[in-house]
Design a protein around this ligand. Structure first.
Ligand code: HH2
Length: 288
């Protein structure tokens, strides 16, 4: 496949996910402090119930995170992160068939999750941990490389770009080259512009408006605008739990610019919005 063509599948552990329709990654935060749902799904029982709800609403895969990466969040110890993620991953793996992703920046956490059956590593630092690439390559899992500058603790200090879409694309291209150089197969990589990570509200809006620039990387694009602060600001201060419709609007616009996967809390409204948007868009592409 040459750069610029849309990939038709994403290879993850144990198979390939077809990308002929938008795929929804349901967010399962196993944290006490996530910005919109912290502390709600920390026990395996609560997490299982939430997972079940998201699957019923149409989630195609689930993303489990043990560390909040909201702006200003301090990192947590590896043992703590493993203790949050592994019991839930084990319970989900025993119960459900769908692909499971682990949202982590630490190679040790990724390895522990892979040992429990994780199929994807979602790394907001795009292989920042020097051990991460070899863990991903050896396990043959899928990987999400997300764009960020700095760390969650520092990233919102003063983000500056001359051309946000161009610079994010170039920096993701470098991350993709690092991944390939470390032996990760291109077909296993998904790229993500990192909405809200070292970006102002204007940067986030411009990135979604110009998301098609990322298509030149030749990899599927994942978009994660879910309930984020820029949506609240656009709505004049709506709290996180009242941003589902705004999230759906951002996902539809991202879809029209080429996004293939969507990481969201509110699975049902986003799925419904994308089904309708895709049907209308297909009709328009047929030219009738
Ligand atoms: N956003 C968050 C966390 N992980 N991963 C990818 N690939 N893309 C994203 O946009 C992304 C991500 C932050 O959102 P959330 O998980 O809801 O909050 P918190 O980090 O506070 O747990």
């Amino acid at each position: 496949m040459t750069r610029g063509e849309a990939p038709v599948v994403w290879r993850i552990r144990g198979g390939a996910l077809p990308l002929d329709r938008p795929l929804l990654m349901g967010i399962l935060n196993l944290t006490p402090d996530s910005f919109s749902d912290g502390g709600r799904f920390q026990t395996p029982e609560h997490a299982l119930r939430r997972a079940e709800e998201m699957i019923e609403e149409g989630a195609d895969l689930l993303d489990l995170g043990g560390e909040s990466t909201r702006p200003g969040a301090a990192g947590i110890a590896e043992a703590e992160e493993i203790a949050r993620v592994v019991p839930v991953l084990r319970a989900l793996r025993a119960r459900f068939d769908l692909p499971l992703s682990v949202d982590t920046r630490k190679a040790s956490v990724a390895r522990a999750a892979i040992d429990e059956g994780a199929d994807v590593v979602n790394d907001v630092s795009a292989l920042g941990d020097p051990e991460m690439a070899s863990v991903v390559a050896a396990a043959g899992v899928g990987v999400v490389l997300m764009h960020m500058r700095g760390t969650p603790e520092t990233m919102q200090a003063d983000p500056r770009y001359d051309d946000v879409a161009g610079e994010v694309t170039a920096e993701l291209s470098a991350a993709l080259e690092r991944a390939l150089g470390a032996g990760i197969e291109a077909e296993r990589v998904v790229v993500d512009p990192g909405i809200g990570f070292a970006k102002t509200g204007e940067h986030n809006v411009e990135l979604i408006a110009k998301l098609d620039r990322l298509l030149e990387l030749g990899r599927p694009i994942l978009l994660g605008p879910s309930r984020k602060a820029f949506l609240g600001a656009l709505l004049g201060g709506a709290p996180a739990e009242e941003r589902a419709v705004a999230t759906a609007a951002a996902c539809v616009m991202g879809r029209l610019r080429g996004a293939a996967l969507f990481r969201v809390h509110d699975v049902r409204p986003v799925r419904e919005a994308l089904v309708v948007a895709d049907a209308i868009h297909r009709q328009r592409s047929r030219g009738s």
